[in-house]
Ligand binder design. Structure first.
Ligand code: SF4
Length: 676
């Protein structure tokens, strides 16, 4: 860690932070965009106190507060290393590339920072070398993607300092070639790797170990917690202070992370890597076991095909994918699953034997081949153990289910309640933890998020948005709408959205809770709209957003992934239209298991879980609209239940204080359009 001069004891952190944010303080002098904001100061002082005294602070900071500076300044001034975890890579990059350099200049402190992402973001030098030599052996018959992007990566690899694929903006998100050459944990040889000392992941970790500010995302935070729990070491260096930004996403990420899963695609990968390792082994002594191992790969591939295609077919015809509920049909596939686990055991044993044979017979400088075989053997063994755990469906703390997405068929188990995991593993290890987001409260209270994250004793602070919603926004709730379950609902949504889009002259997000509703409304509206239409799914998310920003009067139709983490400032986004209250689908196995668990405790799952979860999602969706003091716009919630049902009041009480109208005429006036 670098030598940051800590705040002298006599001054105290709270005083130092207060001075930093003063009207004539260093931030005001150095940052051209700086404006004194009461909410930002209150949050910064509360963070300073939490760092001084230890414990957990939950701070909800409404949009425009400047919360990043409100936690970074006290963290840096404390002189202790801080770990910042974000929900998205975008925010990670923004903190690292913009906020940290600005703060370094403003405070005049030479603190250091490192941005750490998940391993799959980095190039694996060893796999890349292997891939190229395989292509060389095969005479370079490349598919069209590889023919374009392999030279791009070849040109970049020797020059990059970080090995982070974010430097190659032109690389498609789902490029199969990247999957083959990235530094995934499954395929890493660790300290046995011949390229270990130059490895981008190794170097990133070394830099992080010497940094004052380490910026990660929630996936990596959870990966680190899991590794520490299993006593395998650490992914992130120890940091006594943790800031969890975009904390409303932590429960979902922890649920994903602390689950277990086996998929057909992961087994395909294993088969490919096993074959490559064996091909390398055949040209050298010790290849006697190669034939067996090769047969082992075939057995795994054949059993996996039978097992996963059987499950996918059963899923189509039998409905519920929760395995405990679906015991009857799942039982038909148990034996095939156990056969696959047996085949994985077999592959593990033969790869390990082949590696051991080579270790005895092959020259020492050829150790990488054995290491590859050993890594494949380890993966096969881990997969067999995971598969047996999944087939048993025995741990009541997990929900077991089948997930079919495109070509991927995955058997998964997810923890039903992550509160203990978050409390013990993520925040429990720290001296001070700050949990922050623009949306943490429901009806002004922190109870829901405290319970979900197991942080009932946290101190809380809620700082309202800096924006004047009474002046900048109008909340439109249509007077007459059918209920969402009625057939004519889609028609009514299309009509209302069409009217609103004419008032706002496009410049809008229309957000849906499902692809099906989105497609149905787009189909009806697109032919009659005079504005450029962008639809989620027709291009990558980042391309659609860039297109939206630069296309005058564009309208973007999208679903859940655009409800949060999207920032469009200015007139370009002047309306956010929401088709339905975003209740999580009770058909989702994790949601269903959580509802059942709460019902078993005698609680009303609807009141205690489904409504608060939907309120936070709605707040996020509507939060896309006003990103700056000068932004103006209309929020429209077309679902009539927000007015007609008792729980609707809870939604309205949690929304920003915008004036409400039921009248399209007022919307027209808001946009300065002539009346019809
Ligand atoms: S240490 Fe692991 S990630 Fe790094 S180059 Fe070697 S195999 Fe790849």
């Amino acid at each position: 860690m670098s030598d940051v001069p800590a705040v002298p004891e006599v001054v105290g952190l709270v005083d130092a932070v207060t001075r930093a944010f003063a009207d004539d303080g260093p931030l005001a002098r150095a940052l051209p965009q700086f404006e004194p904001r009461d909410g930002q100061r209150r949050m910064a002082v509360a963070v300073a106190r939490a760092i001084d005294e230890g414990g957990v602070l939950m701070a909800e900071a409404g949009t425009g507060t400047g919360k990043t500076m409100a936690y970074l300044v006290p963290a840096v001034l404390s002189g202790r290393r801080v770990l910042v975890s974000t929900g998205t890579k975008n925010l990670q990059e923004q903190i690292f590339e913009k906020d940290v350099p600005a703060l370094r200049g403003a405070l005049g402190l030479p603190f250091t920072a490192t941005c750490m992402k998940g391993r799959a973001n980095y190039l694996c030098l060893h796999r890349f070398e292997e891939y190229r030599s395989r292509q060389g052996v095969r005479g370079r018959h490349l598919n069209s993607d590889d023919a374009v992007f392999l030279p791009v990566i070849e040109h970049w690899a020797p020059k990059t300092d970080t090995g982070d694929r974010a430097e190659l903006a032109e690389l498609p998100e789902d490029l199969a070639l990247w999957h083959e050459v990235s530094a995934t944990a499954d395929t890493c040889l660790g300290s046995e790797c011949p390229r270990h000392s130059e490895c981008f992941v190794t170097r990133m970790r070394q830099r992080a170990a010497e940094s004052d500010v380490v910026i990660v995302n929630h996936h990596l935070l959870c990966a680190d917690a899991a590794v520490r729990e299993s006593a395998y070491g650490e992914v992130i260096p120890s940091c006594p202070q943790l800031v969890v930004d975009e904390a409303h996403q932590l429960e979902d990420v922890a649920t994903q992370y602390f689950g277990r899963g086996v998929s057909n695609l992961r087994i395909d990968d294993l088969g490919r890597d096993a074959e490559a390792a064996l091909r390398a082994a055949v040209v050298a002594p010790g290849a006697t076991a190669k034939h067996d191992a090769s047969r082992g790969v075939m057995r795994v591939v054949d059993h996996a095909r039978a097992f996963f295609s059987g499950l996918a077919l059963a899923r189509m015809s039998r409905g519920d994918e929760r395995l405990r509920v679906a015991r009857e049909w799942f039982a038909d596939h148990l034996q095939t699953g156990l056969d696959l686990a047996g085949a994985l055991d077999g592959l593990q044993a033969t790869c390990a034997l082949t590696a051991a044979g080579r270790d005895r017979e092959a020259p020492a400088d050829d150790a990488a081949v054995s290491d590859d075989l050993t890594a494949v053997a380890r993966r096969a063994g881990d997969m067999a153990a995971d598969l047996r755990f999944l087939l048993a469906c025995a741990d009541p703390a997990y929900v077991y289910f089948l997930e079919v997405k495109g070509r991927a068929v995955q058997l998964r188990a997810a923890p039903i309640d992550v509160s203990r995991i978050v409390r013990d593993l993520v925040t429990g290890q720290r001296r001070a933890t700050i949990i922050t987001s623009a949306t943490l409260t429901v009806e002004g209270r922190f109870d829901y998020i405290k319970e979900r994250l197991g942080l009932e004793d946290a101190d809380v602070l809620s700082v309202p948005s800096e924006f004047d919603y009474t002046r900048q926004t109008l909340l439109y709730l249509p007077r007459r709408m059918p209920l969402p379950r009625e057939e004519r609902y889609t028609e009514a949504v299309a009509w209302e959205a069409g009217q609103l889009l004419r008032c706002s002259r496009g410049r809008a997000f229309v957000l849906f809770t499902s692809y099906a509703s989105m497609r149905a409304v787009v189909q009806r509206l697109e032919p009659e709209l005079e504005y450029p239409v962008l639809v989620q799914g027709t291009a990558p998310r980042s391309t659609l957003l860039a297109e939206f920003r630069r296309t005058p009067n564009a309208v973007l139709f999208a679903t859940s992934s655009f409800w949060q983490g999207v920032d469009v400032q200015g007139d370009q986004l002047s309306a956010v239209i929401i088709d339905k209250l975003p209740f999580a689908s009770p058909g989702d196995p994790i949601v269903a298991a959580r509802i059942d668990a709460l019902a078993a405790q005698g609680a009303s799952a609807f009141e205690a879980y489904q409504v608060p979860l939907a309120i936070l999602a709605l707040q996020q969706g509507l939060g896309r609209l006003i990103r700056h003091r000068n932004d103006r716009g209309v929020l429209a919630v077309l679902d009539p239940r927000i007015r007609s049902m008792g729980y609707g009041r809870r939604f309205l009480a949690s929304l920003p204080p915008a004036p409400v109208t039921y009248d399209m005429e007022q919307v027209r006036r808001f946009f300065g359009e002539p009346s019809e």
